[in-house]
Write a protein that binds this ligand. Sequence first.
Ligand SMILES: *Cc1c(COP(=O)(O)O)cnc(C)c1O
Length: 398
Amino acid sequence: MTLANGPQTLAIPGPSIIPDRVLRAMHRPSPNIYQGPLVDLTHSLIPDLKAVAQTAHNATIYIGNGHASWEASLANTHARGDLVLVPRTGSFADGWAEVARCMGIRVEMLDFGNRTAMDPAAIGQRLRDDKAHEIKSVLCVHVDTSSSLKADLKAIRAEMDAAGHPALLQADCMASLGCDEMRMDDWGVDVAFAGCQKGLMTPAGMAFVFYNDRAAAARDRSDLATFYWDWRPRTNPEVYFRYFQGTGPTHHLFGLREALDMIVHEEGVENVWARHATLAGALHAAFEAWEAPGGLELNVRNPAHRSNAVTSVRLPEHGTRLRTWVEKQVGLTLGIGLGMAPMGDPAWDGFFRVGHMGHVSGHSMMGTLGAIEAGLAALDLPYGQGGLAAAAKRIAGR
Ligand SMILES: *Cc1c(COP(=O)(O)O)cnc(C)c1O
């Protein structure tokens, strides 16, 4: 018998759960794109997007996904032949680097592996060695969604400043924006970007690129920005269609308005971060209690380097089995392991990820954890006792 009927829960690290309110806001006839509510609504999104990224500088919206924001940010800040430094803590750094190479940008990787965070001092040292200032940007994935490692952007900026190096600090905040603490201006991040389908709880299809004046100056020497990707006409446009260089993503904009009402105006950005931190704490406490020889293990050992949005788990030989069981038997969809072992290699089956970004609550977290414990029991895997109790205590604030 399956117990999967009733509500299904998606706990993959993007797309995330879309609140019913967001879906309802999108359910409407096509609006006029030349005047009226859609135009006013679009203007109103910009300050709220900036509030989520904690920046007073510039925000642009592209019709696209995370890959589009990689291309948009690089196109506006680089010239063909530029060198960028990519500290790597997982496969999203590889993806970003590949996009850069395709655009004619030279890439130098600084690999920290899949289990340890970026070392800001090592980045600083590389910049000190770059006496000719050949490196034009440091491209940091804030939270690498494959490993669930979080980068300390503030410490990285401090090292860049101490090295007296003029490179831009660019941050991929796809997984972290609206989940993990992110203070673009305070932390000295020059370019940050994200899509709408993770922490911002809206169907995939929009990408947001934030940039400050230093990045705007880099645009002046870049030769990669084409008509569509150029961020200048999209920033504070005089004519509405310039926001999107064509027809806007009409219904997505209504959905995003609702999501930003929830995040910025109802709960508050800092409270959203605090909720994610508490729920992630509960999840990590459960997994720590469940750890057992031959059983599962959190991929990131140092709690300070764990994301509050996504968690990568190692479960040698049985990761895929557990994922399959919880989906078929209790209606919970977990994320596949990404980038930890080559696809087709038997080791690939030894990983899974939990997405806990956006529309997640104490109740949904306990449900997710309960389903996972049921899977561990059903498959007769070794696991320690007390996982759910440990999570419940964290949610109770004890
Ligand atoms: C999801 C994600 C991406 C890619 O986003 P797409 O919308 O799938 O293109 C890039 N970087 C990070 C860190 C992500 O989590």
